[in-house]
Design a protein around this ligand. Structure first.
Ligand code: NDP
Length: 419
């Protein structure tokens, strides 16, 4: 199968190396990104390691549908894996539609310019109607459902860890452990330490936008919004230990709320250390997280993009990060008339990931599921014209591949719950 991968950052580098390991499915790959030298370096690395996959590289401007169409027409892939940024989701989906090629990504669309008037008006209407203020939501990508169906192509949305694996865990819990799920708490714990006072584990702009925004959760069929970091809990994570975690808005809640309407409440928590929070608050207070351009010495600069240039590249954190991640879902529900609670989770060790692929665990836990989702679409196992999230397919083949490709999972019965 021929795969076109767009983007060659932290997540892409893992996804591409994992595709190379999956020799049966991925026989040819084209690595296309803005900075082609990163694609060339990875191609050299994989060739030196003796992987049989045939790799080519090219430059692409994924903001421009026409340019993506050009690359697709030249390369003729069987599918396109978008591991660039959420800003490019729609331009790449449009190109896939024009060329009738399957589409896979790891993150929900959000616009780069949140001050653009047409988008802003639609956003403000949605905030009022739906009751949450995150810049991203599924409506833009779900709107492609009929067009993808007519074209006979599959769009697999959000096949990273969260979203991605967390939604597969939910489908798996429903299939094998519950007649009815009542409560879901998604817990994302990074117990890793990179030794910097402040750095982000994936793209700083996307990460800081997400973390500094209002939180929200889904309860009884509607959104409840909170102030940023308003709800704090502690949890004792298996293999990591006790951590503070904070409630955030997160994109899989929207899809799970729609696809599992019986669930009474869905929340998402992420752990943060005090140093990270102090730095983030200070940067926010001085305006460094703003996406609105300011004039500086005659030039327009976007503060958060300038900040990104100053911060360590997430892809460079691998050698210095030690510790483990624990990401999973706590489910409470009913099976055979009895209450049941389980925690399905994965533990990933930063240094093990670095030894295997030269990456830290956040890129690893996202890149592996990106490969798995792509492989299942290409093999026809998860092929279904339209656009879908990962909870809408049979979870079993995905769960099997998680173990096989480095993200084994555990089902813990009767775990501690979150208040
Ligand atoms: P990086 O910033 O490390 O990488 C992004 C890559 O996309 C870079 O290679 C960049 O090029 C390229 N790119 C950006 N804009 C364009 C463009 N216009 N045209 C072509 N290429 C472009 O990000 P990450 O690897 O950390 O994140 C990748 C994706 O994964 C994001 O969408 C992120 O939200 C998602 N993610 C999902 C998670 C999940 O669990 N679901 C968790 C973590 C991330 P250049 O090298 O020139 O900068």
């Amino acid at each position: 199968m021929r795969l076109l991968v767009i983007g060659c950052g932290g997540v892409a580098q893992v996804a591409i190396q994992k595709c190379a390991q999956n020799k049966e499915v991925f026989t040819e790959m084209c690595l296309a990104s803005r900075t082609v030298s990163k694609c060339d370096a990875l191609k050299d690395k994989l060739e030196k390691q003796g992987y049989p996959v045939k790799i080519t590289t090219t430059t692409v401007n994924a903001d421009d549908t026409g340019d993506v169409v050009r690359v697709i027409r030249e390369y003729q892939p069987d599918a396109v894996l978008n591991v660039a940024l959420p800003y490019q989701d729609l331009s790449i989906m449009d190109a896939c539609l024009e060329c009738k090629v399957d589409y896979i990504d790891t993150a929900n669309y959000e616009p780069e310019d949140t001050d653009e008037p047409v988008w802003r008006a639609a956003y403000e209407k949605r905030c009022k109607e739906k009751g949450f203020t995150a810049y991203f939501d599924y409506s833009y990508q779900w709107a492609y459902m009929d067009k993808f169906k007519e074209a006979g192509i599959t769009g697999l949305l959000g096949t990273g860890f969260d979203p991605g694996v967390t939604s597969v865990f939910t489908a798996y819990a429903k299939k094998h452990y519950f007649d009815r799920i009542d409560y879901i708490d998604i817990l994302d714990c990074n117990g890793g330490d990179h030794g910097y006072a402040f750095a982000t584990n994936f793209n700083p702009e996307i990460n800081l936008r997400e973390v500094s925004a209002n939180g929200s959760y889904w309860e009884d069929g509607h959104w409840v919004e909170t102030k940023p970091m308003e709800i704090k809990r502690e949890y004792d994570f298996p293999e990591v230990g006790q951590k503070d975690m904070y409630l955030l808005h997160h994109e899989e809640i929207e899809a799970l709320g729609r696809n599992f309407p019986e669930v009474k409440r869905i929340r998402f928590f992420m752990t943060f250390g005090q140093s990270y929070l102090d730095h983030m608050r200070c940067l926010e207070d001085v305006g460094m997280l703003s996406t609105t351009p300011v004039k500086f010495e005659g030039k327009d600069i976007v503060p958060i993009q300038f900040l990104k240039a100053l911060l360590p590249d997430p892809a460079s954190l691998g050698p210095r990060t030690v510790g483990k991640t624990n990401i999973g879902c706590l489910f409470r529900g009913v099976r055979d008339g009895k209450e049941r609670v389980i925690y399905i989770y994965n533990v990933c060790d930063h240094q093990e990931c670095y030894k295997e692929l030269g990456s830290q665990a956040i890129s690893y836990t996202t890149g592996v599921p990106a490969m798995i989702g792509t492989a299942l679409v290409l093999k026809g196992v998860w092929k279904k014209p339209g656009v879908y999230t990962t909870d809408e397919f049979d979870p079993d083949p995905y769960m099997e591949m998680l173990g096989e490709y480095g993200l084994p999972w555990v089902v813990k019965e009767n775990p501690a719950e979150v208040e």
